[in-house]
Design a binder for this molecule. Structure first.
Ligand code: FAD
Length: 464
């Protein structure tokens, strides 16, 4: 480590153990399973480059001295993606936060730019905003979203990051004796997107923009959760109703966990959270009455005092639903699922009842309105969690297990050959975020054997 540090010149380095430990954490603790496995994990130092040249200096030194590098944005990832399993150095990208270029239909920014800050600038410059963002919009970095996220608020209209056209270009720096700067476009982007920073450090990204609106938050109440689900689907299918967010949440979630909105929620009701373009507000009000929903809250009718007190509706949605539940009930955890139809949602709700308070995000995938699930789970044991997953799979519902820290197990349970091939080229010594890509460490691992993979290097002191 001393040899590595000696090559860093005046690049800011933090080595106070308590601060380093704080920066070695993301939201892995959302999962009781990951919490037990990863609590002890920490890096030895945090390095904070200010420009691409400094990133290259750091990566060249890491390659030369065999130091593990874990990139980090805001650390809001919630599968332990940014946990430094082999110790070494955290690479904090948050000082590289500039918006570099804004055009009417696109923006180019550095990896450490915060998503909300990007939108502030694009709104002012061209009346545009990012097509979709995670509910951690006010904290998350662009690079962290691309490397660790998938979609979010706006995905009901625009799909997710993996869809062609959602990312226009990436500038990536490799970890080699002489690091290279590579500009990736087209399908090459998918080599690095959602690879947890295992095969290159993203330093810049170009993203498409769409017209920005002063979105109106709405909360619509239903006595029956399946009615709420059908309403959510119907909203997303209405081509004339411009919406950015549609999320049905089953009772008792709203009443029990949406503390600051409690006065608007009726006991026992399920809700649908909506973000609606001003131009569609009147039509939405009509649609709600046609579908027998009850308008509980509209931000355009709220007082200034209410608006100050209440978080935006998207901070009740996506993984914020889990966060709000966890604050009230520390035994709550969650799953990430996909229900092919409303009938699948109904089946799972019927089988698991209040053990799995249901939370759906309506999204669009390849033009089809789908039910992405982020159901809460009243956690008892890891074995029961596995049973709940098995019940989903036996009923034709996909589970993307958020209780695993590897790319493969958290996703489609198979190797992404393109990402693996790119790692061989861009990180030949395997210094980038070790332990997150099973295919790199254990190419013969059997994903169907029914056991979780354990990274050999996961040890209490961190390897250097
Ligand atoms: P980090 O957590 O710092 O990093 C994420 C991953 O990317 C890590 O593997 C890290 O090593 C890697 N990385 C970071 N920067 C770079 C870089 N420059 N180059 C290469 N690799 C890099 N996610 C969604 O997709 N949609 C949601 O709606 C959503 N809602 C959330 C709500 C809550 C309350 C929480 C806690 C999480 C949520 N997430 C969601 C997960 C996460 O917040 C987002 O994916 C977010 O965009 C991550 O950004 P970050 O800057 O915090 O990344």
């Amino acid at each position: 480590m001393a040899d590595f540090r000696a090559e860093l010149g005046d690049i800011p380095v933090e080595d106070h153990p308590r601060i380093v430990q704080q920066r070695s954490r993301d939201h892995y603790w959302y999962s009781p399973v990951l919490k037990a496995k990863l609590d002890h994990v920490t890096a030895e130092i945090v390095v904070s480059p200010r420009n691409n040249e400094e990133v290259k200096t750091i990566l060249a030194a890491a390659y030369k001295h065999g130091i593990a590098i874990t990139p980090r944005g805001a650390g809001t990832g919630n599968y332990g993606q940014a946990m430094p399993l082999s110790g070494g150095a955290m690479l904090n990208l948050m000082l590289m936060d500039q918006v570099l270029e804004i055009k009417p239909d696109r923006v180019r920014a550095q990896a450490g730019a915060i998503l909300e800050q990007i939108d502030h600038q694009t709104r002012a410059a061209v009346g545009g905003e990012l097509r979709f963002h995670p509910s951690t919009y006010r904290m998350a970095s662009l690079g962290g979203f691309i490397a660790g996220g998938s979609g979010g608020v706006g995905s009901v209209r625009w799909g997710g990051l993996r869809n062609l056209g959602s990312i226009l270009g990436l500038k990536v720096i490799t970890c080699e004796a002489v690091p290279r700067e590579l500009d990736l476009t087209g399908e090459d982007i998918l080599k690095v997107a959602h690879a947890y920073g295992t095969n290159g450090i993203i330093v810049e990204a170009e993203m498409p923009l769409t017209t920005s609106y002063d979105w109106v938050d709405m909360i619509v109440g239903f006595d029956d959760f399946m009615e709420a689900c059908r309403f959510g689907q119907a909203v997303a299918l209405q081509d004339g109703l411009l919406v950015k967010e549609v999320s049905p949440c089953a009772a008792p979630i709203p009443e029990a966990y949406f503390n600051r909105h409690k006065s608007y929620i009726k006991p026992g009701q399920s809700v649908v959270l909506l973000m609606v373009a001003p131009v569609a507000v009147d039509a939405m009000e009509l649609f709600v009455s046609h579908q027998k929903g009850e308008m509980l809250y509209r931000s355009d009718r709220a007082s200034e005092e209410e608006l100050k007190r209440l978080p935006p509706v998207y901070e009740l949605a996506w993984n914020h639903t889990t966060l709000r539940a966890l604050k009230v009930d520390p035994d709550i955890t969650y799953l990430q699922t996909r229900y092919p139809s409303v009938a699948h949602v109904e089946k799972i709700v019927g089988l698991l009842g209040d053990e799995l308070p249901m939370h759906i995000e309506i999204t669009r995938q390849d033009g089809i309105v789908t039910f992405a699930g982020l159901p809460l789970v009243r956690y008892t044991t890891e074995a029961r969690l596995e049973e709940i997953i098995a019940i989903h799979e036996a009923n034709g519902c996909d589970v993307f297990n958020p209780h695993r820290y590897t790319l493969e197990e958290g996703g489609m349970k198979r190797t992404d050959r393109k990402q693996l091939a790119f790692k061989q080229e861009a990180d030949p010594k395997g210094m980038l975020n070790p332990g997150k890509m099973i295919a790199w460490n254990d190419p013969d691992f059997d994903f169907n054997a029914g056991r979780a993979w354990l990274f050999d290097g996961l040890n209490p002191v961190g390897a250097t």
